[in-house]
Design a protein around this ligand. Structure first.
Ligand SMILES: Cc1ncc(COP(=O)(O)O)c(C=O)c1O
Length: 387
């Protein structure tokens, strides 16, 4: 028995949890999609938010110096990344920060590149901002995603790419990029004057002994053209409190980003988010340390069960609590496959096609839920897709 309760399924109906909306309509449906966790946070977080509620005054709050210090300490201690406080910019979300960066550093019709498959808001944000979307396909080699660097450079040159939005660690593949991969990505961007957004929101969920490298720790030069985006929200299950941060060491880029943030009136942060982030980063580590082995067990369980008992190809993630499942062996039409998952297995997984064309016949499975839920979900997949 650990210190924290990862076995009780929290009641998520009364809070109108996005993840559980389909279950409200059909009580038999199990949701394993959107990236939040069906786990309670640690008690210090609840106490801090109770104290927040007891203030009974909820006006605008300015970020405390101790919040900035908490982020600086977390980055230094967890990721060996040290930078000046001036480089740090708070913003309500990583996805909003991607919009701000695209607007700040590119203009209409400029080419913006992403690797596909990838977290759906990447492509959406590029398109809605009327930039030209350039997709560079990840290659599936030895059961994990790899970057085809030759093709990446060719795509940059052929399309005159101005900005590359990179996901590290990678969602949906759970790839924790090696230092060699990051060095190559950075070298290519530097060579061609491409600005790099490194979305590192999953940085604290490197698993199975893999190590996440913050992009700017790979080379001093990379600090000149890189925007790091991260937050405590994914790691500590506080995504609804809305608070994240950008680290921009290059002063010129930082000013451009801040100006655009102000143009969009996105410079004020939720008071609740300010509190939650500081508590997470200063008091959340023991909870995270206990959570990670559980996520590893869930991933191994899903991998072994589905590999033995079905024809689903399971990509074993090196990080994140997300698993990329390939159902191609069934030869089903994509829509028919998604309906089979939803109506026969009665599961809500993320539809693979929302991550890009490479996601045809795929789905993404979120294992951040009590073990009983994961076992039941696997049983349903085996029942419907068994060999
Ligand atoms: C890669 C990635 N970036 C960003 C986000 C969401 O960021 P935010 O809620 O801070 O906008 C997610 C959520 O799953 C994600 O997986």
């Amino acid at each position: 028995m650990g210190t924290y309760d990862f076995t009780t399924l929290p009641e998520r109906f009364s809070t109108n949890a996005t993840k559980w909306q389909e279950t409200v309509k059909d009580p038999e449906v199990l949701p394993l999609w959107i990236a939040d966790m069906d786990f309670q946070v640690f008690s210090e977080m609840t106490q801090a938010l109770e104290a927040f509620a007891k203030r009974s005054v909820f006006g605008y709050d300015s970020p405390k110096p101790s919040l900035y210090q908490a982020i600086l300490d977390w980055e230094a201690n967890e990721h060996g990344y040290r930078f000046d406080k001036e480089a740090l910019i708070l913003i309500e979300g990583v996805v909003p920060a991607i919009s701000v960066a695209i607007q700040a550093f590119t203009k209409e019709n400029d080419a913006v590149m992403i690797n596909t498959p990838v977290y759906p808001p990447f492509a959406r944000t590029v398109k809605l901002n009327k930039r030209q979307l350039v997709t560079n396909s990840l290659q599936e080699i030895d059961d994990r995603f790899e970057i085809d660097f030759e093709q990446l450079e060719k795509d940059i040159v052929d399309n005159d790419v101005k900005l590359f939005a990179f996901c590290s660690p990678h969602n949906p593949g759970g790839r924790v990029w090696s230092i060699v991969d990051l060095q190559k990505v950075g070298d290519i961007c530097q060579k061609h004057g491409v600005i790099l957004i490194s979305d590192e929101i999953h940085q604290d969920m490197a698993l199975f002994g893999n190590k996440h490298h913050s992009f700017n720790t790979v080379s001093e030069n990379f600090k000149n053209f890189t925007i790091i985006l991260a937050s405590a929200t994914k790691t500590f299950n506080i995504a609804g409190t809305k608070n994240s941060f950008a680290i921009i060491e290059n002063e010129g880029l930082r000013q451009q980003f801040k100006e655009r943030q102000l143009t969009n009136n996105q410079h004020e942060i939720s008071s609740l988010g300010l509190v939650a982030t500081e508590v997470a980063l200063t008091q959340g580590k023991p909870w995270l340390e206990e959570l990670k082995p559980l996520i590893e067990r869930h991933i191994s369980y899903v991998y072994h069960q589905l590999t033995e008992k079905t024809k689903i190809k399971v990509m074993q993630p090196q990080g994140t609590y997300l698993i990329w499942l390939d159902f191609s062996a069934y030869g089903l039409d994509h829509k028919a496959l998604q309906e089979k998952i939803r109506y026969e297995a009665k599961l809500v997984l993320n539809d693979g096609l929302t991550f890009g064309e490479e996601g045809r016949n795929h789905a993404r499975f979120n294992v951040a839920a009590p073990t009983t839920i994961i076992e039941e979900a696997v049983k349903r997949l085996v029942d419907v897709f068994g060999k």
